[in-house]
Ligand binder design. Structure first.
Ligand SMILES: NC(=O)c1ccc[n+]([C@@H]2O[C@H](COP(=O)([O-])OP(=O)(O)OC[C@H]3O[C@@H](n4cnc5c(N)ncnc54)[C@H](OP(=O)(O)O)[C@@H]3O)[C@@H](O)[C@H]2O)c1
Length: 242
């Protein structure tokens, strides 16, 4: 793909992994739409990493429609925006509203944004969608030892709203990939690894660098036309289990 002529949208690009994706794509010559639900935080991110601010709250239908209406051609959509309000809370003590809020952003927001931007993605010669998921949403890794991190032992049923939202996102990745295969739109999910961000402050102790996860997202955004679709990849490039 010719970076100079290519346009990418990163949702939730005001901090963490999304901001790093925007920074790296911009450095590679892409036109980057820096998705932000808050104009001040968005402007700050643009000042730091470049690109063009696109106001976009993935939970607000009017915001999604306005953002999609302002973009004519899109080569890469990176559904990165996410929240994890129930981190550390066991499922038996999690309010159902935490599930609703989490799903509004992490699941329904992805459907809304993806469907709204499909017309502009169809104008691209090599359209790609990358869903930033989580290894904690892998049911295989949640029920058996994970070579990277033992979610089963570490969480013991905590973070179920967040983790099940990512399981749902993984399922959506399969269904979108199947629905869009004939259109040449590749849809893959990324398990970015534990990264030091606002969403996961504990990873600061572990030293997880968001830039490594951002590079992995960009690899999926640049897959060749004969590359895979409908899969979950770990940040190290290996296929991760559902
Ligand atoms: N960090 C990790 O260890 C880790 C591990 C696995 C997966 N992930 C995934 O990586 C993605 C990025 O998270 P992060 O770790 O980089 O956390 P982060 O720094 O908190 O970034 C989350 C981003 O999502 C945005 N956002 C939240 N709700 C939004 C909405 N309704 N509309 C638009 N944007 C919204 C936030 O914007 P505001 O500035 O407005 O809040 C922020 O820009 C998430 O999908 C997360 O689940 C992270």
């Amino acid at each position: 793909m010719d970076a100079k002529a290519s346009v990418a949208l990163v949702t939730g690009a005001t901090s963490g992994i999304g901001k790093e994706i925007a920074r790296q794509l911009g450095a590679a010559g892409w036109s980057v739409l820096v998705g932000a639900r808050d104009s001040a935080r968005g402007a700050k991110a643009v000042a730091e990493v470049g690109g063009q601010l696109l106001l976009l709250d993935v939970t607000d239908p009017l915001s999604v429609a306005a953002a999609a209406g302002s973009v004519s051609k899109l080569d890469v959509l990176i559904n990165n925006a996410g929240i994890a309000p129930d981190t550390g809370t066991v499922v038996t003590e999690t309010d159902v509203d935490a599930f609703r809020r989490t799903y509004e952003t992490n699941v329904f927001g992805v459907v809304a944004v993806t469907n709204a931007f499909l017309p502009s993605l169809r104008c691209s010669a090599h359209p790609r969608i990358v869903n930033v998921s989580s290894g904690t949403g892998s049911l295989t890794w949640s029920t058996a030892a994970n070579p990277q991190f033992d979610f089963r032992a570490a969480s013991r049923g905590a973070g179920a709203a967040y983790r099940s939202s990512k399981t749902a996102l993984n399922a959506l990745t399969v269904f979108y990939a199947q629905a869009l295969a004939d259109d040449g739109i590749k849809v893959n999910a990324l398990a970015p690894g534990l990264r030091a961000t606002n969403l996961n402050p504990k990873a600061i102790a572990a030293g997880g660098d968001p830039s490594e996860a951002a590079a992995a997202a960009i690899r999926l955004a640049l897959l060749p036309d004969n590359g895979p679709t409908g899969q979950l990849f770990s940040w190290d490039g290996t296929v991760a289990p559902w």
